[in-house]
Design a protein around this ligand. Structure first.
Ligand SMILES: *[C@@H]1O[C@H](CO)[C@@H](O)[C@H](O)[C@H]1NC(C)=O
Ligand SMILES: *[C@@H]1O[C@H](CO)[C@@H](O)[C@H](O)[C@H]1NC(C)=O
Ligand SMILES: [Zn+2]
Length: 494
């Protein structure tokens, strides 16, 4: 009797709990059930992907990247889809040698012309990783510790593209609400060689029936799920100053010649004031004004700027509250001096006057800055500053990267579907965020295909992508799979 009462109580409690997390529905979602029932298989899949050393930066590992693209295509085919391995030609190495670029996978699961089509973009190449770099586990053996799955590519990006493929499998066990297309490359970590050309070539074919593009990469900024609606661009500059035809002895030539390094330091110092404010005319003036609606988005975001500061061991941030830190990271430009090529940087006390030095700095781009304008503004400004030095040396500024920022409307239908999917998969409203980094492929995809894009990160805030002990939590990986499946369903309802 007591047992029966207990069981009835338990059943009522379960119904209440289900009601609470799923809104009106009391029946557990069959797609979510499929994902839970298959989670070991999905983790095993990630393990089989992580074991492949698909480091695109190392020519000696290129065969591993080729293999990675092949098994990516294989998996899509195993699930009943189609997958083409598209040859995108050769890579020119600095040595003059050429190397075959990894093929791009163009895959598809579902071919119903009456259903909308989502195109998922991701990459299966990874950053370098060696145990000796300070990993606690073998970087290419997916290892689970305390609910975290450690391994190179676990978060960036193998563990973020797989949830979409797994979601397609889970949806197929019921009914596919959309057609999935997959655009998966193997050169993302080194600049996506050949990808823009491929997108251009397939614009009228592969991309013609795509309704929306989902970028499956990047990360949340807290333990809360997030949808990303913006990324900064980047303009990278080299400033070269030359004072002699060879390096000189500072005892014999010091004080006699105008040193290139002194000129360069003065030029680099003229770029910002000590508050980090960019002094190049026109840069700050081009920044789009902050709207009230935008300001409201920032206050609701769960982000702890003190924790953020503490994790990196910095003494103090320039901004004093959460909102200002996020605004600076996402929607204002910043200028960073990265290094000086040709300068003495080894240990010890070499007494050299470097003959030629190249200063390197970049400016993160935000709307409404325009890289071509920025190039002009920077060159004019440095020419003027150099003239003020009255130096006889040779100086030249060049822009070597000019990537535009990306921004979309977080109130559009794709974000609406994303918010509903987040509530179903994670039980919470997602944060609407931007990223401070640059994702050139987002602008390329939108500009070429004319389709809109949403970024749906599945990585956690401290997954250490590119670093030692990269991981994704099992929670992010499995619930992220539900998020992807729910997103497809919600998108189809629109
Ligand atoms: C790509 O195709 C779309 C139609 O699907 C078209 O609107 C767009 O202009 C094309 N882009 C280019 C660069 O030709
Ligand atoms: C840097 O420039 C900004 C804008 O003019 C100004 O508000 C700030 O006080 C300056 N910082 C210093 C240290 O001069
Ligand atoms: Zn990535």
């Amino acid at each position: 009797m007591t047992m029966l009462l207990f069981q009835i109580g338990l059943a009522i409690l379960t119904i209440l709990l289900l009601k609470d997390t799923c809104g009106a529905s009391v029946t557990p979602d069959p797609v979510f059930q499929y994902i839970d029932a298959n989670q070991e298989k999905f983790v095993q899949r990630l393990k089989e992907w992580v074991v492949i050393k698909s480091d695109s930066s190392d020519p000696s590992l290129r065969n591993e990247v080729h293999k990675m693209m092949e098994i990516t295509a294989e998996l899509i085919k195993t699930l009943g889809g189609t997958a083409e391995l598209v040859d995108i030609g050769l890579q020119q190495l600095p040595s003059g040698e050429t190397l075959k670029l990894p093929s791009v996978v163009l895959g598809q699961i579902g071919q119903d012309p009456d259903k909308p089509t989502l195109c998922i973009y991701g990459h299966t190449d990874v950053q370098p990783a060696r145990k000796e770099d300070g990993w606690d586990t073998d970087p290419y053996t997916l290892t689970e510790i305390n609910g975290n799955l450690y391994g190179r590519g676990a978060s960036d990006d193998k563990g973020q593209i797989l949830p979409w493929i797994n979601a397609a499998e889970a949806l197929q066990s019921q009914e596919l609400p959309v057609n999935f297309k997959f655009l998966i490359e193997g050169m993302e970590e080194v600049g996506s060689d050949g990808l823009a050309e491929l997108i251009m070539k397939r614009n009228q074919t592969f991309f013609s029936d795509v309704d929306y593009i989902v970028l499956a990469d990047t990360a949340w900024i807290s333990e809360k799920p997030a949808l990303t609606y913006g990324a900064r661009g980047n303009c990278y500059f080299l400033v070269e100053v030359e004072c002699a035809n060879r390096d000189l002895h500072s005892g014999s030539y010091g004080g006699v010649i105008h040193e290139a390094m002194t000129d360069l330091i003065a030029l680099l110092d003229s770029l910002t004031n000590s508050s980090g404010h960019i002094l190049i005319p026109g840069i700050n003036e081009a920044v789009a004004a902050l709207t009230d609606e935008e300001t409201k988005l920032y206050s609701g975001i769960s982000f702890d700027h003190e924790e953020f500061r503490n994790k990196i061991g910095a003494q103090e941030l320039r901004q004093k509250n959460k909102e200002d830190v996020l605004l600076q990271r996402w929607r204002y430009p910043s200028l960073t001096i990265h290094g000086i090529e040709g300068a003495f940087s080894g240990a010890g006390t070499k007494t050299v006057i470097p003959a030629k030095v190249i200063g390197k700095f970049s400016i993160r781009q935000v709307p409404d800055m325009d890289p071509l304008q920025v190039e002009k503004q920077v060159i004019e400004y440095l020419d003027k500053k150099f003239a003020e030095l009255k130096s006889p040396n040779k100086m030249k500024t060049t822009m070597v990267i000019g990537a535009k920022p990306w921004l979309t409307d977080p109130n559009n239908k794709a974000f609406h579907a994303g918010r509903k999917a987040s509530k179903r998969a994670f039980g919470v409203e997602p944060d609407l965020i931007r990223v401070g980094g640059t994702i050139p492929i987002a602008t390329t995809l939108e500009d070429v295909t004319g389709k809109n894009l949403i970024m749906m990160p599945l990585g956690g805030p401290y997954d250490a992508a590119h670093g030692q002990n990269e991981k994704i939590s099992r929670y992010n990986y499995i619930e992220g799979t539900k998020f992807a499946a729910a997103y497809a369903q919600e998108f189809a309802k629109l």
